[in-house]
Design a protein around this ligand. Sequence first.
Ligand SMILES: C[S@@+](CC[C@H](N)C(=O)[O-])C[C@H]1O[C@@H](n2cnc3c(N)ncnc32)[C@H](O)[C@@H]1O
Length: 268
Amino acid sequence: MHKTIGWIAQWPKIVWALVLQLLAIGALALIVKGLSFVISPPYPDWALVLGQATIAALLSWRLPYWWRWIQFIIPLGLYAALLLNVSPLLALVSFVLLWLVFRNSVVNRVPLYLTNQITRQALKELVSDRTDVLFIDLGCGMGHNVVYMNGLTNVTQSVGVETAWLPYWWAKFQSLLSGGQVFRQNIDSVDLSQYNLIYAFLSPEPMAQLWRKVQAEMSPNALFVSNSFAIPDVIPDAIWQLADKRQTELFVYKKDSPSESNQELSHA
Ligand SMILES: C[S@@+](CC[C@H](N)C(=O)[O-])C[C@H]1O[C@@H](n2cnc3c(N)ncnc32)[C@H](O)[C@@H]1O
């Protein structure tokens, strides 16, 4: 029983959203049935759609607030598409495109957003006193970091891995034109011992698991740099606060960066 509840709780948000829309249809059917005793049907389509949107948004109160908006807008959007006779093919093409670009938002809870130039310059500065830099971008998006790092004189190898199809193809194309190597590969299957500058710009979701991999595989003199997302309970070796618009923070870790609990014990 507990296992089943745990499994359901781990459903991706998008599955929850769909289930809640289905529940909203059920609730709306019951309300319409009750209402038929007071006001005789038929009811206008727009009122039913508005009812569906409102109930779905209300049922989504435990999801992050932007999901409540999505839940509200989706029934209205579908209704508007029907009224405007929008071809279902357009919806299919949009869905396929979105999936090709953002599949990791659903699969790994890591969306696509890109490192800016100021951050790339900070990476350059971070390793300016090192030679033979072996760089990897875990989830390299469109490959900009791979190409940039490949252009630095102290960088011997610049690699990116990416699983979302469109960013991968774009990154691959960029690397063929401008240098670096890009592979369609999952982060989980990368051998991190091959690199001494490991960069990730992901999301809070995979950080704890990624840190276990980094600790198991990263070589002692290597650096692991996470853009914006700190590893929970681990004290970074350094935090670089950048002067860009989004005030990017780079969390720099070494293989033996201490955990907060160990630190507390050593102070006790
Ligand atoms: C926030 S973007 C960062 C893109 C790029 N590194 C940059 O800084 O500009 C994260 C990227 O990681 C990719 N990604 C997420 N999980 C992945 C995984 N397990 N294996 C490979 N790529 C992954 C996503 O598709 C996305 O392109």
